[in-house]
Design a protein. Structure first.
Length: 91
C-alpha cells in the first residue's frame, strides 16, 4: 500500500455471532477486494459499517473502485466468473 492515498472510514460495528474464523475470512476477503478494485483511483475511499433493516443487521464494505455493471450481478458470486479483464486486476 506504500504510495497509495487511502481513506478508510469505520463506523461503529455491532457484535456478530458465528464461526470466528469464517467471519474473519469474509472481512479479509471483502477488504482486500475493496483495496484491489480501488487501486486505480487517485484517492481510494473505503467505508466499513453496518445498518439495521427489519430486525436484521447488514454489514457492508463500500469503495469507490471499479464497480460492476448490474446486468452481470447474477455472475458476481458464481464460481470462477470474471467481471473485469485479467490484465486490469489480478486474481
Amino acid at each position: 500500500m506504500t504510495g497509495r492515498n487511502i481513506e478508510i472510514q469505520i463506523s461503529e460495528l455491532p457484535d456478530a455471532y458465528g464461526d470466528e474464523n469464517l467471519i474473519n475470512q469474509v472481512w479479509v476477503n471483502l477488504i482486500s477486494n475493496a483495496l484491489k478494485y480501488s487501486r486505480k483511483k487517485d484517492k481510494a475511499v473505503i467505508a466499513i459499517g453496518a445498518r439495521t433493516e427489519k430486525n436484521l443487521t447488514i454489514f457492508y464494505i463500500r469503495d469507490n473502485g471499479a464497480g460492476f455493471d448490474m446486468k452481470y450481478a447474477d455472475k458476481l458470486f458464481g464460481v470462477f466468473q470474471r467481471l473485469h479483464k485479467a490484465r486490469d486486476f489480478e486474481g
